[in-house]
Ligand binder design. Structure first.
Ligand SMILES: Cc1ncc(COP(=O)(O)O)c(C=O)c1O
Length: 416
């Protein structure tokens, strides 16, 4: 595949930014991506021409209803489901708190929820809070040498009392992709519901919620070229059965019954356009992925082609970054071993330099990377890195270039 990165970069106005005379290098995507101009235009278009609340008799309200429906359809095409299975919310964390509280209405003391040490706090905190109601929360361990979920521990902790299992698709801390299909199947066998956090994964590969068969999945549009909104996929029958937390006037049918108050309409308009952007990339590369796209039609086919193309561009860059980091004296990379599925989220430490010191040094040169625990706090704690400031995290998105990585590596070599 001959990926035209310049045609992508041209669409992102933020990439023009300079810091201290250096071209800004946005290697911070696990915290959120930049947005293409077309997404900005859609947000502005909504606010200027359609700005309104829902379900009214007049033009702007009717248009708002249809923009929200289009947003649901766009995310249904991203995730591989029906629009009736897509609810919107403020962000993944608040969606998950609402979900946990709704599910908990049907749990009783002694029931168990299984979470993992590799997860972001957004998929731990909402479940830990249920301990207040007498629900037991168990933690699945991580194999610390490889930053992979310990599947033997997972198996051992699943039992007849387990009612919910919550785990991530990919780790925002170290990039490990988990075997979600297997984990969902094991949870279902035990009779538990599954909640998959796909916030880090969703930028890095195609999602097929029907194939992985999860009951619920959360993701956030701002990690995927869109504005700051959160998305919940819920199997229709599970949402129908759920006693959601809502005012009684709110419609009681899926997917609206999960939504509280007025949504972020301009955010939804922009997020749907972000999916259109991915589809527009896919249109160019469909021929490269005939085998993977077999049986897919319409926008879903283009979106999947887009995700495959973006990832095919990023993976060799990730390998280059990993190989070069390993050569820098004092650098220790944390994450899955070569060959294990991973995203382009790469984390490491540097001997005698705190993560903040490294991030500041790079920032001076216009290179944006994260330091700390990124709310993958339990993982950073079990890795023993909390006291020393956590990790330095480089995250690639499809607008990054090899040149940006070379600049970063050079700066790290100087620092080392
Ligand atoms: C894996 C993962 N889960 C959940 C979240 C929280 O998402 P939100 O900010 O939309 O609540 C993040 C944000 O960084 C994340 O990386």
């Amino acid at each position: 595949m001959n990926f035209d990165v310049e045609s992508i970069r041209k669409q992102f106005p933020a990439l023009e930014r300079k810091v201290n005379g250096f071209q800004a290098a946005y290697l911070d995507c696990p915290g959120g991506t930049q947005v293409p101009q077309r997404v900005v235009d859609k947000v502005v278009d909504y606010l200027v021409w359609h700005n309104c609340n829902i379900h009214g008799a007049f033009a702007t309200s009717i248009e708002t209803d249809s923009i929200i429906l289009e947003g649901r359809k766009a995310f249904a095409d991203l995730l591989g489901c029906s629009w009736e299975e897509i609810s919107f919310g403020g962000n993944s964390t608040s969606i998950n708190f609402n979900l946990a509280h709704a599910i908990a209405r049907d749990l009783k003391p002694g029931d168990e929820v299984l979470i993992t040490d590799i997860d972001h706090e957004a998929n731990r905190g909402p479940w830990e809070l249920l301990e207040e109601r007498g629900i037991t929360v168990q933690n699945v361990k991580v194999d610390l040498d490889h930053c992979i979920i310990d599947m033997a521990d997972y198996k051992a902790k699943l039992n007849a009392r387990t009612r919910v299992v919550a785990f991530n698709y990919a780790s925002n801390g170290v990039g490990t992709i988990s075997d979600v299909e297997k984990m969902v199947a094991m949870a279902h066998e035990a009779g538990a519901l599954t909640v998959v956090d796909a916030v880090n994964y969703v930028l890095h590969g195609p999602v097929d919620v029907k194939k992985i068969d999860t009951d619920f999945l959360i993701c956030s549009a701002y990690k995927l070229f869109g504005p700051h909104i959160g998305i919940l996929y819920a199997k229709k029958e599970k949402m129908e059965a759920l006693r959601t937390i809502k005012v009684k006037e709110q419609e009681n049918w899926a997917p609206l019954k999960f939504e509280t108050g007025t949504l972020n309409h301009e955010g939804i308009a922009g997020a749907a356009e972000a999916i259109e952007f991915i589809a527009s990339v896919g249109e160019k590369y469909e021929a490269d992925f005939e085998k993977e796209l077999k049986g897919l039609t319409g926008r879903r086919r283009k979106v999947i082609a887009g995700m495959l193309a973006l990832e095919a561009y990023e993976q060799p860059l990730t390998e280059f970054l990993l190989d070069e980091l390993e050569k820098i004296p004092g650098v220790k990379v944390y994450g899955p071993p070569k060959g294990h599925p991973r995203t382009s989220t790469v984390s490491f430490t540097m001997k005698q330099r705190s993560p903040r010191e490294v991030a500041e040094y790079l920032a001076e040169k216009g290179i944006f990377v994260w330091d700390g625990d990124f709310f993958a706090s339990k993982l950073v704690y079990v890795l023993g890195l909390r006291e020393s400031g956590g990790l330095i995290r480089i995250g690639l998105s499809p607008y990054n270039t090899k040149n940006e990585l070379e600049r970063t590596l050079q700066a790290l070599r100087e620092l080392a």
